[in-house]
Design a protein around this ligand. Structure first.
Ligand SMILES: NC(=O)c1ccc[n+]([C@@H]2O[C@H](COP(=O)([O-])OP(=O)(O)OC[C@H]3O[C@@H](n4cnc5c(N)ncnc54)[C@H](O)[C@@H]3O)[C@@H](O)[C@H]2O)c1
Length: 384
């Protein structure tokens, strides 16, 4: 029988509602051992909790006090999608209440905040904890991951992982919390997008030992909600080059987290170049992945059309298209499966250790970018 896991949602904005949609269409997935049911919601904005009350009939608790939600004995697990400056207070409180947690990235506004969360995780080994990152669940991304894991790429020449937005190209776009240092963090675009570009490299074991970074704040002011011009101090774009050591002397890991990328709305991509084999996937062209085998002579890319060939089987026919809400649902399937004792069908959500590693890399990148130096990455080994 399918196990039902009762969830509370703290933060009912953009991502909180996406979870509600994933959970509501769980019947889309075939053969899952467990399913999420949202029973409690918390947000400071009543319009958003009203949306849940209207659309999610299983919700029986609505509150603007997350501690009241955590006191609810029916809640077994929590999805927390709140601004970055709140992670280091609310995530530990969730664990102290004995609830399992899928927390949003960046899992703390900075490395010190992440360390507080890691301490809470260590103090509560009975709680299952993962961090959100859905783009690697695209079938094309999974193809690249399988391709790398099957080995024989030869020596790696370069890996490039990118997440590219363009809406900030409009200087009149009003500032929101994601463009405010005190709420989003000093990482700026790296805090918002860094986990997206690091999930796959870290999972494949590519931990840079040092980084340099070019940081860009193209628009230093923006209008606020009232139309008044205010400072906008967060980094718009970061191009980070890490050096990953290997037996052959190592290779560059290039990470682009750009909010100003003309022509891109939400492009996630990964490109792995090896001396024998290479692979590429971009959500810009979501149904195709590319690969190349080089054995001398001309190097020619092969392009394969993919349909709905997902990590977690679904009712959708294999020829049909896969999209962002599907990636989110696949990520949720991985979380729920692991929580219920499964192996996430071989590709788990971001682990606490990976979240800590990503902070080590972003901390070094911020220092490298602001001082125009190369910085060693100091990894914290306490997370597990
Ligand atoms: N995985 C992804 O692709 C993805 C995409 C966007 C955002 N995110 C992450 O999700 C998190 C939230 O981002 P968002 O885009 O949903 O933001 P959002 O602003 O749409 O939603 C955040 C919500 O938190 C609520 N909130 C603030 N303080 C609260 C409190 N004390 N108690 C309860 N609710 C409170 C706000 O009222 C708001 O509705 C961030 O960590 C962000 O980095 C992830």
């Amino acid at each position: 029988m399918t196990r039902v896991i009762k969830f509370g949602v703290i933060g009912c904005g953009l991502m909180g509602r996406e979870f509600a949609s994933s959970a509501a269409r769980w019947l889309h997935l075939a053969d899952t051992v467990a399913r999420p049911e949202i029973v409690a919601v918390c947000d400071l904005n009543p319009a958003l909790t009203d949306w849940f009350s209207t659309h999610v009939p299983t919700v029986s608790q609505v509150t603007d006090d997350y501690r009241a939600l955590l006191a609810n004995p029916d809640v077994e697990a929590v999805y927390c999608a709140v601004p970055h400056n709140l992670h280091h207070d609310i995530y530990p409180d969730i664990l102290a209440a004995g609830k399992h947690l899928l927390g949003e990235k960046p899992f703390g506004i900075d490395a010190a905040a992440n360390a507080r969360i890691q301490d809470a995780i260590s103090a509560h080994p009975e709680c299952f904890v993962r961090c959100s990152s859905e783009m690697p669940f695209f079938p094309g991304a999974q193809k690249v991951i399988d391709f790398v894991q099957s080995g024989d790429l030869g020596d790696i020449i370069e890996v490039e992982a990118a997440f590219l937005h363009s809406s900030d190209l409009n200087p009149d776009k009003p500032i929101n919390w994601k463009r405010m240092v005190d709420v989003n963090g000093a990482y700026g675009c790296m805090g918002d997008l860094g986990m997206h570009v690091l999930h796959v490299p870290l999972r494949l074991g590519w931990r840079p030992i040092s980084v340099s970074a070019s940081l860009v704040n193209r628009f230093a002011t923006r209008p606020d909600a009232s139309g008044q011009t205010v400072p906008c101090e967060t980094w718009d774009n970061a191009t980070i080059t890490g050096h990953v050591d290997d037996a052959g002397g190592g290779f560059p890991l290039v990470m682009k987290t750009w909010r100003i990328a003309p022509g891109h709305s939400n492009t996630w991509s990964i490109r792995v170049l090896g001396t024998k084999k290479s692979a590429f996937f971009s959500t810009k062209n979501p149904r195709q992945w590319q690969y190349m085998t080089y054995a001398g002579g001309a190097g020619a890319w092969s392009v394969e059309d993919l349909g709905f060939q997902t990590l977690f089987p679904a009712i959708t026919g294999g020829i049909f298209e896969f999209g962002f809400p599907d990636a989110l649902q696949q990520m949720w399937a991985a979380f729920v499966d692991e929580l219920a004792g499964g192996d996430a069908n071989g590709f788990a959500c971001v682990t606490p250790q990976e979240a800590a590693d990503h902070h080590a890399i972003l901390t070094a990148a911020l220092k490298a970018g602001t001082t125009r130096t190369v910085q060693d990455v100091i990894y914290d080994t306490r997370a597990s």
